[in-house]
Write a protein that binds this ligand. Structure first.
Ligand code: HAM
Length: 427
């Protein structure tokens, strides 16, 4: 036997058992997003490298060290998408969706970052992303947050904290940047290597450092909030008022800066302490400059993305029920040939009646078929014997409750099961 080939580090197989929770999250997300008027968009998983450099920013962890970049056979530099906003904007501009219009869009799929894999941090991970274009006022920032809050509520997810901040306009940030650089230069000896490097390129990211040795320096740093421009301050206050009116608790975190350069004004994260170090389940904000940076007409925009691995992990911890995909009925033909043939036909008939039915294929003894029926998760097994079928009957066995096995006429069996298994049926 040759040696088995293994998956790439940090890239996970998603097996059917775990996927039922993912499917539930995806279903509920689609329902919620549709209820707010968001429509799905799909765009490629690979784009020109330049797209991410220009949008995410040259001096960011993602662009500097995490992108899966390669040359294709023509020698063009391409990159597996590390996030969805850039591709969504590119697609919007290229297809004329953004100019002078309001667009509410969402997408879902895999993203790729060459990070150090650990719990909650993978090299292939999945996001549901949501982007709203053409609205500059903070009502849409509030709406995006309401979308997420409704999603947590419908899923039954508890204990997420909403943190918000404003990064102001690029001009206000440039002013603050000078003040911050002066402060950090004054404490050069306390800076770690990463921060020293960032000092010139992207000093705001120093505030995002997780190095414990840097925390007191960061805590004492001048706050961006004191340097916000008037318009951004009003935008932020209005957002806070909307959130209060909607009864959404939040915490203003003046150190929240985000790892991508395109943000302006509002940024937010939903954070949990239940997942260890990688506690940000959902994150986003406003990016009013990005559409223009990517060659479109200036268009205000805001959005967020949630990490499916992290949300599914949290949902599992909180015992959220997954989507029900297991069969409801298991059809067990106790002989080959004609009995199996009738079994196949009966299973078809039950599926026509709207039931999820697994057919036992591959023959086997009563005992082995019942064992598989049990493992399938079905509530009822239909046992088909040659003699019973000759009398146009099947045996119905409840696999999940004490109930005497009963013989039912072939023509009544689907009504019998429908009454017990379909939505609205008394359980
Ligand atoms: P982000 O903060 O880079 O933002 O990622 C959003 C979420 O994706 C994170 O909060 C986390 O849940 C998940 N995530 C990120 N990296 C990983 C990883 N390596 N493994 C597992 N999960 C991960 C963005 O991507 C922006 N495009 C969000 C946005 C949309 N802003 C505006 N519109």
């Amino acid at each position: 036997m040759s040696k088995a080939i293994q998956a790439i580090r940090g890239m996970n197989d998603l097996l059917p058992e775990a996927l039922s929770l993912w499917q539930r999250i995806e279903q509920v997300a689609e329902t919620v997003l549709t209820a707010y008027g968001y429509r799905e968009i799909r765009f490629p998983i690979i784009e020109k490298t330049e797209l991410y450099k220009r949008s995410i920013g040259e001096v960011t962890d993602i662009v500097e060290k995490e992108m899966y970049t390669f040359e294709d056979r023509n020698g063009d530099s391409l990159t597996l998408r590390p996030e969805g906003t850039a591709g969504c904007v590119r697609a919007g501009v290229e297809n004329g969706l953004l100019h002078n219009q309001v667009q509410r869009l969402w997408y879902a799929g895999p993203m790729f970052r060459h990070e150090r894999p650990q719990k909650g941090r993978y090299r292939q991970f999945h996001q549901i992303g949501v982007e709203a274009f053409g609205i500059g006022t903070s009502d849409i920032d509030a709406e995006l947050i309401l979308v997420t809050a409704r999603l947590w509520k419908l899923l039954g997810i508890r204990g997420l904290e909403l943190q918000i901040n404003s990064l102001g306009t690029p001009a206000a940030r440039a002013g603050y940047r000078q003040v911050l650089v002066e402060y950090l230069r004054g404490h050069q000896e306390q800076l770690d290597e990463d921060s020293r490097r960032r000092l010139d390129g992207n000093p705001l990211r120093v505030l995002d450092s997780k190095n414990p040795a840097m925390q007191s320096l960061i805590a004492a740093a001048p706050s961006l909030h004191e340097h916000l421009d008037e318009e951004s301050r009003r935008h932020f206050e209005q957002l806070c008022a909307y959130l209060q009116a909607a009864n959404i608790p939040y915490r203003v975190n003046p150190r929240l800066v985000r790892g991508l350069d395109y943000y302006t004004r509002t940024v937010f994260e939903w954070v949990t302490s239940d997942l260890g170090a990688q506690g940000t389940v959902c994150a986003g904000g406003r990016y009013d400059g990005l559409v223009e940076i990517l060659g479109g007409q200036a268009t205000p925009a805001a959005g967020f993305a949630l990490g499916l691995e992290r949300l599914a992990e949290l949902a599992a911890l909180q015992k959220v029920a997954g989507a029900e995909r297991r069969p409801q009925v298991y059809v067990a033909p106790l002989a080959d040939g004609n009995v199996t043939q009738q079994g196949l036909m009966l299973a078809e008939q039950l599926r026509d009646a709207g039931l999820r039915v697994e057919m036992h294929c591959g023959s086997g003894s009563l005992k082995s078929q019942l064992k598989r029926a049990d493992r399938s998760g079905a509530r009822y097994a239909l046992l088909l014997g040659a003699n019973e079928l000759a009398a146009a009957q099947v045996s119905v066995k409840n696999l999940r409750a004490e109930e005497p096995q009963q013989q039912i006429g072939l023509s009544e069996v689907s009504a019998f099961l429908q009454a017990r298994l379909l939505a609205g049926a008394v359980q």
